[in-house]
Design a protein around this ligand. Structure first.
Ligand code: COA
Length: 180
């Protein structure tokens, strides 16, 4: 069994990827003025959509772990948003603070540069350092090979299958890992 990469190793690797494959791009905290761009990316890159108030609430309540990726021209080309939840742990049999990765997407023309990895790395670090989460989890379509590969690289493992989790009937893997 492979060991979980540490949050600091993941963060270092994210910086390395940004400084090599994604030169000119940067990852920064999202602000209210990014919400339109984030909604546009969500609409074009994912089948799961949310009302504007949901994005605003996540930014207001858990903004330290809400990031965008920006290109050298200053356009927002990716985002990650998370929610801090108190819930029964996957690794401990009591309530824990868990960082839920609610949504992540990178625009098609800007993929495979390391931005998805970097967005996850920044959010994982914030979930741990800013929000003191001891676990993190997410749902992913069982057919979404690129995303599953990304999450495995970051130490997430399948802990559960949610049958017909998505509106079109597809199952979800619930993937989780301990923090740090
Ligand atoms: C998943 C997603 C965010 C990855 O973003 P990205 O910027 O292209 O990812 P990165 O370049 O940082 O790649 C990181 C890792 O993801 C995996 N990966 C990304 N694209 C992949 C692909 N097309 N095929 C296989 N693995 C892939 C690889 O493990 C990769 O590591 P590597 O560079 O060492 O090979 C992007 O594909 C996306 O926005 N998809 C649509 C939205 C979505 O599915 N979101 C997740 C919902 S749960």
């Amino acid at each position: 069994m492979t060991s979980e990469p540490s949050i600091s190793a993941i963060y270092e690797e994210a910086l390395r990827r940004l400084n090599t494959r994604a030169l000119g791009y940067r990852v920064r905290h999202a602000t209210v003025s990014d919400i339109d761009a984030v909604i546009d990316i969500n609409m074009s890159e994912l089948p799961e959509h949310y009302p504007r108030s949901f994005f605003e609430e996540l930014l207001e309540r858990h903004g330290k772990a809400f990031y965008v990726a920006e290109s050298s021209s200053g356009s927002v080309v990716g985002y990650i948003m998370t929610r801090v939840e108190i819930k029964p742990g996957f690794f401990k049999h009591f309530l824990v603070k868990s960082g839920h990765v609610v949504s992540i997407a990178v625009k098609r023309d800007h993929r495979r540069l390391g931005l998805g990895y970097a967005l996850m790395a920044y959010a994982m670090r914030s979930m741990h350092e800013d929000y003191k989460c001891s676990e993190t989890y997410l749902e992913v379509r069982v057919s979404n090979k690129p995303a599953i590969s990304l999450y495995e690289k970051l130490g997430y493992r399948v802990v559960k299958v949610e049958k017909e989790y998505y509106l079109d009937g597809e199952d979800a893997y619930v993937m989780a890992r301990k923090l740090p």
